[in-house]
Design a protein around this ligand. Structure first.
Ligand code: TXA
Ligand code: MG
Length: 323
């Protein structure tokens, strides 16, 4: 076991040269993006890609997202560039949108999990972009957390599940979006959203002037679409405000995450969430990590509004919940 334990260096945001040197030598390191921290490896180095799967305990058939520094560089990865992808790239990149394309033959099957498509994103984060530029290559990066666990939005979240398993983490402070990117499959005639995110279906439709497909409920190949994902250690349940108000009269040892005003009880710990979607998203994983470090035996989350704008939050909470 001790063989797998290494010192995880904490690099400052200015130490991008050190970060790039580690990537060039085939190490994996956690880097900040605007959505969540990513566990980065040189996407052209199969040995380094293997290390991502080992560190995360991720099944090898779960494909990774390739992060590049500009739309132009997708030519190294994709077979064809649909016109709609150009429009979305122009409008949303750099940003929290991942597009799925037909892959070039040269793309490692470790990245694609054996699929004939590849997922690409240009992150909107100065440190991530600087590292990609200095490396001069794409970076494969899943979220920097152990498989199925809550995604990290602060360096300490990364350390919680990956300390001793990765060479370094570069400290970029808090992630501004807080939820993983929207994923959209551009290989179909009608683009299909695979994972909701900060870039909503309506925002995409406004740019493309067509309706796009909404997420499937369950697909094993899409790790973000598995039934269980994003899970805190403590069991989580989503329910409407009225139900919560009843439950907290009797149950002890529960944490309640709510965004509306509640009739409170002394028997529960309360975590007030912002009522605005983007603010809520920024706080979601952080609050789950905080509650996870307490002694409660249940997390009760007030059901968010059911709307297009909140689709990503509802998706993550559904998958994080134990039913
Ligand atoms: O915001 C994000 O997307 C973050 C940051 C680090 O960029 N990354 C992230 O990666 O959330 P990960 O590995 O936790 O989730 C990537 C998702 C998975 O659900 C995976 O199945 C899907 O992308 N994916 C990757 N390649 C795909 C492909 N070719 N077709 C369909 N889905 C794909
Ligand atoms: Mg993930």
């Amino acid at each position: 076991m001790s063989k797998n334990i290494m010192e995880t260096k904490i690099l400052k945001s200015t130490q991008t040269d050190e970060a790039v040197a580690l990537l060039k030598s085939g190490d994996v390191i956690a880097i900040p993006t605007e959505t969540v921290y990513g566990l980065a490896a040189d996407a052209a180095n199969d040995d380094a890609l293997h290390k991502i799967f080992t560190a995360k305990g991720r099944p090898s058939d779960h494909p990774l997202i390739v992060h590049i520094d500009s739309f132009e560089n997708i030519v190294h990865w994709v077979e064809e560039i649909p016109e709609n992808a150009r429009k979305l790239g122009k409008y949303f990149w750099p940003g929290p949108l991942t597009m799925v394309f037909r892959k070039r033959k040269t793309v490692s099957s470790l990245i694609t999990g054996g699929l004939n498509t590849v997922a690409i994103r240009v992150p909107n984060h100065p440190i991530a972009l600087e590292i990609i530029k200095k490396l001069g290559a794409g970076i494969a990066a899943p979220s920097a957390n152990a498989h199925k666990k809550t995604s990290p939005t602060k360096p300490e979240h990364v350390l919680k599940t990956l300390e001793g398993k990765i060479a370094a983490i570069i400290d970029g402070g808090d992630c501004s979006v807080g939820i993983e990117s929207t994923i959209i499959d551009m290989t179909r005639e009608i683009p299909q959203i695979l994972r909701p995110g900060a870039i909503s279906a309506i925002m995409i439709e406004n740019v493309l002037n067509i309706k796009v497909g909404q997420p499937f409920s369950h697909n094993k190949k899409i790790s973000g679409n598995m039934k269980i994902h994003y899970q805190p250690e403590i069991p989580l349940f989503v329910m409407p405000k009225e139900e919560i108000e009843l439950i907290i009269q009797e149950k002890h040892n529960v944490a309640v995450m709510h965004y509306s005003e509640l009739d409170k009880s002394e028997k529960a710990d309360f975590y007030k969430m912002p009522a605005t979607k983007s603010e809520y998203a920024r706080k979601l994983y952080e609050t789950l990590y905080i509650i996870d470090s307490t002694k409660v035996n249940k997390i009760i989350v007030e059901k968010p509004p059911v709307s297009n704008d909140w689709a990503d939050i509802n998706d993550r909470l559904l998958k994080a919940s134990s039913k």
